[in-house]
Design a protein around this ligand. Structure first.
Ligand SMILES: CC(=O)N[C@H]1[C@@H](OP(=O)(O)OP(=O)(O)OC[C@H]2O[C@@H](n3ccc(=O)[nH]c3=O)[C@H](O)[C@@H]2O)O[C@H](CO)[C@@H](O)[C@@H]1O[C@H](C)C(=O)N[C@@H](C)C(=O)N[C@H](CCC(=O)O)C(=O)O
Ligand SMILES: Nc1ncnc2c1ncn2[C@@H]1O[C@H](COP(=O)(O)OP(=O)(O)OP(=O)(O)O)[C@@H](O)[C@H]1O
Ligand SMILES: N[C@H](CCC[C@H](N)C(=O)O)C(=O)O
Ligand SMILES: [Mg+2]
Length: 497
């Protein structure tokens, strides 16, 4: 741990203005008043629910030596800070200042780091990057929705953790010998500058479709948040790895080009640097042909879903952008494994019908996942879909519609109703799928879906993927789609003890 006085100086070196000439000796940092200890810097941030400065008095009672906030927060906290003899640091963007401070405070991260943004595919791409690096004998991790995975593991509460958690985790990983890290950059995380202090060698863009309009309010604001990865977070020496098949890929490329960043394009589109040329599907995966620098390559991916090939090539592009030898990277692709909860084969009925669990929780993901299953299915495609409570309401009928358009039978059920009435959420989803069967209880919906499977049919259970709970109100009830699928198959095929 570096000398504490140096830390204080670093904070002031950030160009922050300490009012009242106070010099703070910092012993720790947090944005949560409840976590403040003697000598801590308390970042009092403006939030969605409240302003952290409202908790300044409590933080000072717990021993805060400095308060970092914005001008609105300074109005609230300045008297209490002065009375306690604590430094008040006012920043135009205190979230960014906190991110830089967290990076300096924890002082270490894996030397090679990449981040990936996009509406869908972040967890998959980050996981594939980690798998490729591990195949190349690097000590690697991925960080995101599924926690920290790889040579070192830890749970995470958010897809992109707050900067204090993020840098604590990155520093601990580096101390454990982790040299390579791939992380997800969620739109919330980017809008809140959670990643601004991370040193990235490359950053990736998967796609841009609807999600999270509850938080971002408009498509443009949502896009602007994602674009922050290329406009701001990625350093001047960084490489932008962009899926140009997506309609907004060109916009991302322009943003990166305007900064003079390196650019590596990926996709089926003509002119892509890493170009997917052909895909052939079989029962357990797919054969792909692609080109890079005028050379053609073949790989067999043991992965279900055409879109996973796009994610794999984006991951390969990110690893190459960090300096790896392309042929060596491509050799690893045959060894990739299914990402937990993403087109995961959860169970098979005695009649051969397969049950897949997938994390599709946006209209585009539901459509993509179902379309991806078609080439693998001879008979009917059945979909179980629900939408989360306290999240983007406008995506609900569109998710129902995506299911109705791409499946032969749709069952609408509950998926983390949170504080909302589950029946109201189901009704909204049903607006897009009027012929769907409504079965609120998720276990019963899975049983009904599995029961409906004839030979050659397949079932997609969408929405929860790797999740292990159903959030109802404040309670998280244990629930695992893959487990429920196995139980349903065992019960119906008479294999239960
Ligand atoms: C909308 C959102 O992102 N909210 C996150 C954000 O809250 P906020 O800053 O708006 O906080 P607030 O509740 O208004 O409080 C303001 C400030 O007062 C502080 N406070 C509050 C209470 C107190 O007693 N003491 C105190 O100091 C808070 O720490 C905060 O700094 O910062 C909080 C602290 O880090 C997060 O817990 C909270 O995540 C909420 C719970 C959440 O659900 N976030 C989700 C939507 C999210 O971030 N999801 C993304 C994307 C997921 C995906 O990939 O689809 C993710 O990266 O996980
Ligand atoms: N490249 C892609 N294009 C379209 N849909 C995709 C793509 N990759 C994944 N999906 C769909 O999105 C779902 C979620 O994938 P993944 O978890 O990798 O995305 P994510 O961006 O990390 O999601 P989150 O926002 O929850 O973190 C998958 O289960 C699949 O249905
Ligand atoms: N992390 C995402 C995915 C949630 C997936 C789904 N199970 C839901 O609860 O909506 C979110 O919070 O929007
Ligand atoms: Mg994710």
């Amino acid at each position: 741990m570096p000398d504490e006085t140096d830390k204080t100086r670093s904070l002031l070196d950030l160009g922050l203005h300490a009012r009242g000439g106070q010099e703070a000796r910092i012993k720790g940092i947090t944005a949560d008043s409840r976590a403040v200890r003697e000598g801590y810097l308390f970042a009092a941030l403006p939030g969605v629910e409240t302003h952290g400065a409202r908790f300044a008095a409590k933080a000072l009672t717990s021993g805060a030596a400095a308060i970092l906030t914005d001008s609105a927060g300074a109005e609230i906290a300045s008297r209490a800070a002065a009375a306690a003899g604590a430094a008040l640091i006012v920043a135009e963007n205190p979230r960014q200042a906190l991110a830089y401070t967290a990076a300096l405070w924890f002082g270490a991260q894996p030397q090679t780091a990449v981040a990936v943004t996009g509406t869908n595919g972040k967890t998959s791409v980050a996981t594939f990057c980690r798998q490729i690096w591990m195949e190349m004998d690097h000590a690697a991790i991925n960080l995101g929705t599924t926690g920290v995975e790889g040579v070192w593991t830890a749970p995470l509460a958010h897809t992109t953790p707050d900067p204090v958690t993020l840098h604590r985790v990155l520093a601990e990983a580096a101390q454990q010998g982790v040299t390579h890290a791939a992380m997800e950059a969620s739109s919330h995380g980017l809008a809140q500058n959670r990643l601004d202090g991370v040193q990235l060698e490359a950053a990736g863009f998967t796609n841009f479709t609807q999600d999270h309009l509850d938080y971002h309010q408009s498509f443009e604001a949502y896009f602007h948040a994602k674009a922050g990865l290329f406009a701001r977070v990625l350093g001047d020496e960084g490489v932008a790895v962009i899926n140009i098949d997506d309609a907004r890929g060109a916009d991302m490329t322009d943003i990166a080009a305007a900064r003079g960043l390196g650019i590596l394009t990926v996709g089926r589109s003509a002119g892509a640097d890493l170009q997917l040329q052909a895909q052939r599907f079989d029962a357990t995966g797919q054969q792909i042909r692609f080109t890079f620098e005028d050379k053609a390559y073949l790989a067999r991916l043991p992965l279900i879903g055409g879109f996973q090939a796009e994610n794999v090539l984006l991951a390969a592009g990110l690893v190459i952008a960090c300096g790896a030898e392309p042929p060596r990277v491509f050799e690893t692709l045959d060894h990739l494994r299914t990402v937990r909860g993403r087109m995961q084969l959860a169970a098979t009925r005695e009649n051969g019908a397969a049950v897949f669990v997938d994390y599709a929780h946006t209209p585009d993901a539901v459509a993509t996942a179902l379309k991806a299953m078609r080439p693998h299915v001879m008979g009917r495609l059945i979909a179980i879909v629900g939408a989360g409570g306290d999240r983007d309401r406008t995506k609900r009928p569109l998710m129902g519609q995506a299911a109705a358009e791409n499946a032969d039978l749709v069952i609408i059920t509950d998926d983390n109703p949170r504080s909302e009435d589950p029946a109201v959420i189901r009704q909204a989803v049903m607006l897009g799928a009027p012929d769907a069967l409504e079965v609120g209880d998720r276990a019963e919906a899975i049983l009904r879906g599995v029961d409906a499977l004839g030979p050659g049919d397949a079932l997609l259970i969408a929405g929860k993927g790797h999740e292990t709970g159903q959030t109802v109100g404040d309670a998280i009830l244990p629930f695992d789609d893959a487990e429920q699928a196995s139980v349903a198959v065992a019960a119906l095929d008479g294999r239960l003890a």
